[in-house]
Design a protein around this ligand. Structure first.
Ligand SMILES: Nc1ncnc2c1ncn2[C@@H]1O[C@H](COP(=O)(O)OP(=O)(O)OP(=O)(O)O)[C@@H](O)[C@H]1O
Length: 253
């Protein structure tokens, strides 16, 4: 569904590379996590998939089509995009934020409201309570749910998520991660999620690509990485969730 072929991005005319020669494939219905430290090139990679950033070289296919052959605006309408700062419009209600794109497409109000209600229920924001609220009347986690509902409104087959849970408290984060996984599986979404949290990648991804300095150091399923990190940096990233797991097991024994 998503294929990156030898993708590179330089911001300074080739003196240095934010992303260097990355090739990846995400099959339909699977979740790929791009995992790595700050500045490793994760966001740049994901933004090249919906043409918010153009690669310096290489080719990206979505659903078999070269994305440079597609209008960037139409491409972005087909691909759901959820990011940490969410970008809800403060003067619009939750319903209007969720269905803004449908309004632009001329979908009648009653139909839009019905779609918003269904999506809000799906992300566990009962529409009777939340549909008419403004973003300022919501908690951070609730705003992030609205962000999800908005991304789902266009019925995308592909979803890009850039640190979607980064700013949330651990409990809300955990709940939303589980809900996202459920929705992703139910709708059969193909997704790329950017994270610097190995535990999140292990929980959500079918395949994890560990990035460092613009390159993919290691790619594999969570099980493959746990069984054989194959690299000191990857082993180090796995240490924290392992240690936490062991500590909790010891304390509860
Ligand atoms: N618009 C830009 N102009 C110049 N350099 C940029 C631009 N955007 C990103 N970079 C550089 O590209 C590199 C990769 O940045 P990117 O945002 O992809 O990293 P990241 O892995 O997503 O980091 P973080 O986890 O901190 O968000 C960094 O060195 C960054 O400074």
């Amino acid at each position: 569904m998503i294929e990156l072929q030898e993708i590179s991005k330089s911001w300074d005319g080739g003196q240095s590379y934010a992303v260097k020669d990355i090739s990846l494939q995400v099959p339909t219905g699977q979740v790929l996590a791009l995992l790595g430290g700050s500045g490793s090139g994760k966001s740049t990679t994901v933004k090249m998939i919906n043409r918010l950033i153009e690669p310096t070289s290489g080719r990206i296919l979505v659903d078999g089509e070269d994305i440079t052959q597609q209008d960037p605006v139409l491409l972005r309408r087909r691909i759901g995009y959820v990011f940490q700062s969410i970008g809800l419009l403060p003067h619009l209600t939750v319903t209007d934020n969720v269905t803004l794109l449908l309004k632009l497409q001329g979908v009648p109000t009653a139909e839009r409201n019905a779609i918003a209600n269904r999506l809000l229920d799906m992300v566990d924001l009962p529409s009777a309570t939340y549909a008419q609220r403004k973003p300022s009347e919501l908690s951070g986690g609730q705003r992030q749910r609205v962000g999800f509902a908005r991304a789902l409104a266009a019925e995308p087959k592909v979803m890009l998520l850039d640190e979607p849970f980064g700013a949330l408290d651990p409990v809300t984060r955990d709940t939303l991660q589980i809900e996202f996984k459920k929705i992703q599986e139910t709708l059969g979404l193909t997704a790329v999620i950017v994270t610097h949290d190995m535990a999140e990648a292990l929980l959500l991804a079918d395949v994890i690509a560990v990035m460092n300095q613009g390159e993919v150091l290691r790619i594999g399923t969570p099980r493959e990485l746990l069984q054989d990190p194959g690299d000191d940096y990857v082993a180090k990233l796995l240490e924290t969730p392992r240690r936490h797991g062991e500590l909790v097991r010891e304390l509860s024994a």
